[in-house]
Design a protein around this ligand. Sequence first.
Ligand code: JA8
Length: 269
Amino acid sequence: MRLDIVTIFPEYLEPLNVSLVGKARARGQLDVRIHDLRQWAHDKHNTVDDTPYGGGPGMVMKPEPWGEALDAVLASGEGEPVVVVPTPSGEPFTQQLAVELSAKPWLVFTPARYEGIDRRVIEEYGDRLDVREVSIGDYVLAGGEAPVLVMVEAVARLLPGVLGNAASHQDDSFAPGAMADLLEGPVYTKPPEWRGRTIPEVLVSGHHGKIARWRRDEAFRRTDRNRPDLIERADPAAFDKHDRAILAALGWSPREDGRFGRTSEAVEE
Ligand code: JA8
């Protein structure tokens, strides 16, 4: 997969030289090219921003440098990339979108600073290419570079051969598929006792059925506590008899349409 990133802070993308993404690049599985937007700003001060039409606070990124930058990047490769524009007003970045993007041969990221990029740039390239305005969460950052780091890591670990073990993202908390509608439960390793704290007995029982059931129960407890919205939207066909008993104990019951809603306070904990 090829990734191009156009930014006024190339040094902000240094973490892409490290760890999983850095290794994927070193192995030739990922071709990451970082470009300084100011290369395409031609005045004495390499200006990339200007005051907003209509007034208001802050500055807006000028269209000309972005247009020249994107034309140069597009001309440097084969075919058409998906263009990913980080913005708090975009569609949510989810595991599903990461999976979708991981199947593309070429992504171009355009992290903005200031109050964002002149709208005409998104319109211009949106007329010709798949342009996705994407938000990593409901908070405002000072720029789109940190979201690019987040999205690149989420996408890169899905590429074939990048993560050591292909099974290890099968049951990710947010992976589409088996565990898609529940958060992951707790994990433990050696030593068996640490600062007087032991591990749940079931995990050393060797009883794989009981272990799987316990893990699923813990997943329900954690999802109930931290992300009840995931239980509300889950397809109830995914819940077996034991799941329904756990949900009932946590204060959930099936509604008219079969989906679960919280009805009472939990009985335990
Ligand atoms: C921001 Br400026 C700017 C550009 C992109 C993003 S994505 C996010 N959450 N905040 C701020």
